[in-house]
Design a protein around this ligand. Structure first.
Ligand code: ADP
Ligand code: MG
Length: 220
């Protein structure tokens, strides 16, 4: 069975409606619109390509971070469109998303995939190399309760990195548990969702923020 990707803007909207903290993200249809939205959101901002056919936006040259002025947004827009025209010439482009630039945090990922026997399975792990190289992740069949969320967090080998490590501050583990529970709720109330990838989620001393969301639904 095929899947159909939501745009990042749509995925974040769905997540936000489910009570998941997402960085403010607005679809802009052209260069001028992107600058207007950026002025309204306040700087610094991030802009990213929006296309259902471009799932890995950075690989496509489609992500520009930490833009400080409308002029920089304009240049970034031109650079993104040029890179995408070069690398993904056939992709249908819906515009760019303009986002608030989230303050840095500890990066984690939260995912969902469907298992033929068990249905939706949630995944949690630390971001970057921890997932890609070390496969340091935990899984639970959805829906989960708070004690499952606590176990998912404590099961990963790198949990010490969340608990405060050599002088770094501990992250807000209650906010992380709440986020896992909200994701579980979102999955439960949207049975059409086939895959979800919140990557990365930034964790802070106080709170958590989803900065990228990828979701797909079963194609009809
Ligand atoms: P990709 O489709 O390549 O996964 P992302 O949206 O995850 O693209 O962006 C790539 C990286 O840029 C992220 O891993 C994160 O480090 C950073 N980033 C993306 N959006 C934001 C944002 N709104 N605020 C701060 N950093 C961001
Ligand atoms: Mg990402």
């Amino acid at each position: 069975m095929g899947v159909e990707y939501l745009t990042e803007v749509e995925a974040k909207e769905l997540a936000g409606q489910a009570g998941i903290p997402v960085v403010e993200t607005v679809l802009a249809h052209n260069r001028e619109d992107a600058q207007t939205v950026a002025d309204r959101l306040g700087y610094p901002v991030v802009i990213k390509i929006v296309s259902r056919e471009i799932v890995h936006k950075s690989d496509a040259g489609g992500v520009k971070l930490n833009l400080e002025t409308a002029a920089q947004v304009g240049t970034a827009y031109d650079d993104i469109m040029a890179a995408v025209a070069d690398r993904n010439p056939d992709a249908e482009i819906l515009g760019v998303s303009v986002q608030q630039m989230a303050r840095p945090g500890v990066e984690v990922i939260i995912g969902m995939s469907k298992d033929a026997d068990f249905g939706p399975v949630l995944m949690f792990g630390l971001g970057g190399i921890f997932v890609e190289v070390l496969k340091d992740v935990s899984f639970r069949i959805a829906p989960i309760a708070r004690h499952d969320a606590k176990e998912m967090i404590n099961e990963i080998s790198g949990v010490a990195l969340l608990q405060g490590y050599r002088g770094t501050e501990p992250v807000d583990l209650t906010a992380l548990e709440n986020l896992l529970l909200k994701v579980s709720g979102l999955v439960e109330s949207n049975p059409d969702l086939e895959v979800m990838d919140l990557n990365p989620v930034f964790l802070y001393r106080d709170g958590a923020m989803v900065v990228d969301a990828r979701m797909a639904v079963a194609a009809r």
